[in-house]
Design a binder for this molecule. Structure first.
Ligand SMILES: [Ca+2]
Ligand SMILES: [Zn+2]
Length: 239
C-alpha cells in the first residue's frame, strides 16, 4: 500500500509529460459546436474529401429539384473544399438500399413519410471509416403542388423550399438537428436553436431554419451549419 501511494504521483507526472509536448488537443475530431451537431447517432463522423454526386430518381425529380441544389453544392465545394457535383444522371437504386459510394439520389414524392409537409433524408455511412456515404433524399412534392405551402408570399415561399432542400442535404453530409433546450424548460422544441444577430436559425434546425432572404436562401449559415461541415471535413483526417 505504501509503495503504491508513493508511485502514483510519479505515474501522473509521466502521463502529463507525455501529453504536453504535442498539444494533442489541437488535433482531435469535434462532433458538435455552436449551431451544429454531427449525426453520429446515425453513424456519420466525417465528410470525405473526394466529393459527392447528386443524381435523380426520375425525370420529374430532376426537372423540379436540380435547380435547388446549385446553391448548397457551390457553397460546400467552395467553402468546405469538398466538391459537390449536381449531375443530370438518373439512378434507380431503390430507397431500401444505399446507392453507390458518394451518390445522393433525389426523389420527388408525395408525403414520403406519410405525414403532410415532411421530407426525409436516408443517410448512409461508410462502415470502414464512418464518413458520409451518400443516400436518398425524399423531398415532399407538396411544397410545389400546393403553391402557398410555406407562405402566401411567393418569394418567401420559394426561400423556404430552398432551405428545406439544403436542410435534407445537410443530413446526408452528416449534420444532425442542433436543437437544444435553450429556454431550459426541460423540453427540446421545434425551432429551439441558436439564433444569429440577424434572427436566422441554422438551416439544420428542426423542423426548418435558414436565412429568410433571397440572397441567403438555400445557403448553410456560415457560423453554424457551414462551420460544422468544415469540421466534419477536418474530422476525416483527425479520426
Ligand atoms: Ca425548451
Ligand atoms: Zn431534419
Amino acid at each position: 500500500m505504501r509503495a503504491a501511494r508513493l508511485t502514483l504521483p510519479a505515474i501522473l507526472a509521466a502521463l502529463l509529460l507525455a501529453v504536453a509536448p504535442g498539444q494533442a488537443s489541437a488535433a482531435t475530431p469535434v462532433y458538435s459546436g455552436t449551431g451544429w451537431r454531427a449525426w453520429t447517432a446515425n453513424g456519420i463522423y466525417s465528410l470525405a474529401p473526394d466529393g459527392y454526386t447528386i443524381v435523380f430518381a426520375d425525370d420529374t425529380a430532376r426537372t423540379k429539384l436540380a435547380p435547388y441544389f446549385k446553391t448548397p453544392a457551390n457553397q460546400v465545394t467552395t467553402s468546405v473544399g469538398v466538391p459537390i457535383t449536381v449531375t443530370t444522371a438518373l439512378d434507380d437504386t431503390p430507397i431500401s438500399s444505399c446507392p453507390s459510394r458518394h451518390a445522393i439520389v433525389v426523389h420527388y414524392l408525395y408525403r414520403p413519410t406519410g405525414k403532410a409537409g415532411v421530407s426525409k433524408a436516408l443517410a448512409c455511412h461508410d462502415t470502414a471509416d464512418d464518413s458520409a456515404w451518400g443516400g436518398h433524399l425524399l423531398i415532399d412534392s407538396e411544397y410545389w403542388t400546393s403553391s402557398n405551402w410555406f407562405s402566401t408570399n411567393a418569394t418567401l415561399n420559394d426561400i423556404y423550399r430552398k432551405n428545406v432542400v439544403s436542410h435534407e442535404l445537410g443530413h446526408i453530409f452528416g449534420l444532425d438537428h442542433p436543437n437544444y433546450d435553450r429556454d431550459k424548460d426541460g423540453t427540446v422544441e421545434d425551432f429551439e436553436c441558436v439564433v444569429s444577430d440577424a434572427g436566422w436559425l441554422p438551416v439544420e434546425c428542426a423542423p426548418n431554419g435558414g436565412y429568410r432572404t433571397s440572397t441567403g436562401a438555400g445557403k448553410f449559415l456560415t457560423a453554424y451549419d457551414l462551420a460544422g461541415l468544415k469540421q466534419l471535413a477536418a474530422n476525416y483526417w483527425l479520426r
